[in-house]
Write a protein that binds this ligand. Structure first.
Ligand code: FES
Length: 106
């Protein structure tokens, strides 16, 4: 159960134990992380699960596929490390991953 750190816009953070095989979004929802709405339930069609991946981690994740990349164009404040958390699958290699929830989802 890799530990994932969710940071809020005010700098506070919560560490959760995610289950291998679930998405980062599911780990956030299971642990009541504020700011992750996930309106579409993980179908990559709402962009309300947007997170900013910590700079040190961004290159260690597989890049967004064209569908995720297209949805990321819909978020309010896209950064180079923006990702949709429903498209990131948890495995042991993500131990210690840190992501920040945006101040607003779209
Ligand atoms: Fe809707 Fe991720 S939950 S795009």
């Amino acid at each position: 159960m890799p530990k994932i750190v969710f940071v809020q816009p005010d700098g506070s953070s919560v560490e959760v134990a995610a289950r291998t095989g679930e998405s980062l979004m599911e780990a956030a929802i299971d642990n009541d992380i504020p700011g992750i709405i996930a309106e579409c339930g993980g179908a990559c069609s709402c962009a309300t699960c947007h997170v900013y991946v910590d700079a040190g981690w961004a290159d260690r994740l597989p890049p967004p596929d064209p569908m995720e990349d297209g949805m990321l164009d819909c978020v309010l404040d896209r950064h180079p490390t923006s990702r949709l958390s429903c498209q990131i699958r948890v495995d042991d290699s993500l131990e210690g991953l840190k992501v920040t929830v945006p101040a607003e989802q779209l």
